[in-house]
Write a protein that binds this ligand. Structure first.
Ligand SMILES: [Mg+2]
Length: 229
């Protein structure tokens, strides 16, 4: 196979991420202990509030902290300074967690790096994502790392332009239909979808079909990339 360029997502593609948020949310919901809303209903309110917070503050822990406080304020006002501090404590549980790699990630990256150009493309707050990349020890496998505020077709277009990649030999690899697959296909790239059982609900979207002359692969786990590249 001719050398390809692989743009590779990080959260829930290389390492666990959403599971930490889920644990923090479970703790938050039992702390809130709402008498009329079920945990599922509280979670739905939180999802809506999170969408608003992302529009205002972008992705990341800062946004998540705001969402927890706003959800509490909405369902169980008022948020006293003591409660505020306790609620922020749930978000800070996620900060600086050790990186839990998905199976066979370093050896697969090592295999791929010898054959193709690898670029890490992750979305979120700069300092947070940079911290995770550093703690993962995976940076050495990538020719470049890109931290972007949003992953939409325009993002992929500007990455292609910046690095001067050829569309016919560039693939976006990731777990999110909404951020990794659909916008990359819309931008003219190939894509590899690696579903993660625990993908963040705000990343759910129906998988688009690949336009003619583009390819969409679906693999069961990261290590399977070795069978295709
Ligand atoms: Mg991801």
């Amino acid at each position: 196979m001719v050398a390809q360029t692989l743009l590779i997502d990080a959260d829930d593609t290389l390492w666990e991420n959403n599971v930490y948020f889920k644990r923090a949310i479970a703790k938050f919901i039992s702390f809130l202990n709402h008498h009329e809303f079920s945990p599922e209903q509280v979670r739905e309110v939180l999802n809506d509030v999170e969408r608003e917070c992302i529009a205002k503050h972008g992705y990341g822990l800062n946004s998540f902290s705001h969402a927890l406080v706003d959800t509490f304020e909405c369902l169980s006002p008022p948020v006293t300074p003591e409660l505020h501090a306790q609620i922020l404590g749930f978000a800070s549980l996620i900060e600086n967690h050790p990186i839990e790699m998905l199976p066979e990630v370093p050896e697969t990256l090592d295999y791929l790096r010898a054959r193709h150009k690898l670029i890490l493309v992750t979305k979120g707050a700069q300092a947070e994502q940079r911290g995770k990349i550093e703690r993962s020890g995976l940076k050495c496998y990538f020719a470049a790392t890109e931290i972007v505020p949003e992953k939409n077709p325009a993002t992929y277009h500007s990455l292609m332009e910046k690095h001067d990649f050829a569309f016919h030999s560039t693939w976006m690899v990731g777990n999110s239909p909404k951020s990794d697959i659909n916008p990359a296909l819309a931008a003219g790239l190939h894509a590899v979808f690696i579903p993660h059982g625990d993908t963040w609900i705000l990343e759910h979207e129906e998988l688009a079909a690949a336009p003619e002359s583009q390819e969409l692969l679906i693999v069961g786990k990261f290590a399977e990339l070795r069978e295709h590249f």
